[in-house]
Design a protein around this ligand. Structure first.
Ligand SMILES: [Zn+2]
Ligand SMILES: [Zn+2]
Length: 277
């Protein structure tokens, strides 16, 4: 696992295209995708599945079974609503094979669905663009701020207006962490949450000319060239590129990025989530 950290966002990350994807946010007790179920996932009670390709979903039966063995409460699993029934069928069949029944909570999410995870936080399901039903996810923090026109007023005056019930605050939900799952670049162009997230985890499966943009699009993925073309859209503090094809070594990825990106400011916001071997 790779450890990623930026401000309030800590992620134990496993992100290998076609092999295994699982991002665990222990601080918020939730995870995105199960990969092959790294053991740290077993402790996490809430799982959001982007889609059911096996590099993202194979670990689910093991995850549920391990939690049950350890007498942990049955997890809450969220997935695209189109696949709920099939996923439940598979999980029931595994229970049959194991000769043991455990309660199942699988909830399907539409684009825009919202799941409360804490008093001031929720996860919003985002539209993503892949070859099978898929969702991206945004971890949102609700925040209430004094409206701009009142910022210069003295505290007493603000107190008085508050008591009079005047609308001096505005609610603004901040996308703290966004994960694309597998998707074409439209995930970025169609979702403001992705562009504005403090931390954006974006799949970037292909990076070289052997697998050009057209190929990436055909398979429902993003090519590095598309990330660079759309550079001006990223307002994120950190952009984590992940889900690189297993064809690329970490070293090769670093070389290609160095060659293709001259913009130092953009480069300073990038984090390459690649694994050693
Ligand atoms: Zn994948
Ligand atoms: Zn996929």
């Amino acid at each position: 696992m790779v450890k990623f950290e930026h401000k309030d966002v800590f992620v134990d990350a496993m992100g290998r295209g076609g092999i295994e994807t699982c991002y665990i946010l222990p601080r918020y007790q939730l995870a995105f995708d199960a990969g092959r179920c790294p053991y740290a996932l077993v402790d996490i009670p809430r799982l959001f599945l982007t889609h059911a390709h096996l590099d993202h979903a194979a670990g689910i039966p093991y995850y549920i079974s391990q939690r049950s063995l350890r007498h942990l409460p049955s997890p809450e699993i969220y997935c695209p609503h189109e696949i709920v029934d099939t996923l439940q069928d598979i999980l029931r069949l595994w229970q049959k094979l194991e000769g043991y029944e455990y309660p199942l909570t699988v909830r399907g999410l539409e684009v825009g669905s919202r799941v409360e995870v804490r008093k001031d936080m929720y996860v919003r399901a985002l539209r993503s663009f892949h070859r099978v039903p898929s969702r991206g996810y945004a971890l949102m923090r609700q925040s209430r701020k004094l409206k701009e026109e009142f910022l210069s007023l003295p505290g007493k005056e603000i107190q008085r207006m508050k008591e009079q019930g005047k609308k001096i605050f505005e609610d603004r939900d901040i996308p703290l962490f966004v994960f694309s799952g597998d998707s074409t670049i439209e995930f970025l162009t169609e979702n403001s949450e992705a562009r504005e997230a403090t931390v954006l985890f974006l799949e970037c499966t292909y990076i070289d000319d052997k697998r050009p943009v057209a190929k990436a699009r055909e398979w429902g993925h993003i090519h590095l060239d598309e990330v660079l073309e759309n550079r001006a859209l990223f307002q994120n503090e950190k952009i984590v590129l992940t889900h690189f094809s297993r064809r690329y070594t970490k070293r090769f990825i670093a070389q290609v990025l160095k060659r293709k990106i001259q913009d130092e400011e953009f480069l300073s916001r990038l984090f390459i989530l690649a694994h050693e071997d």
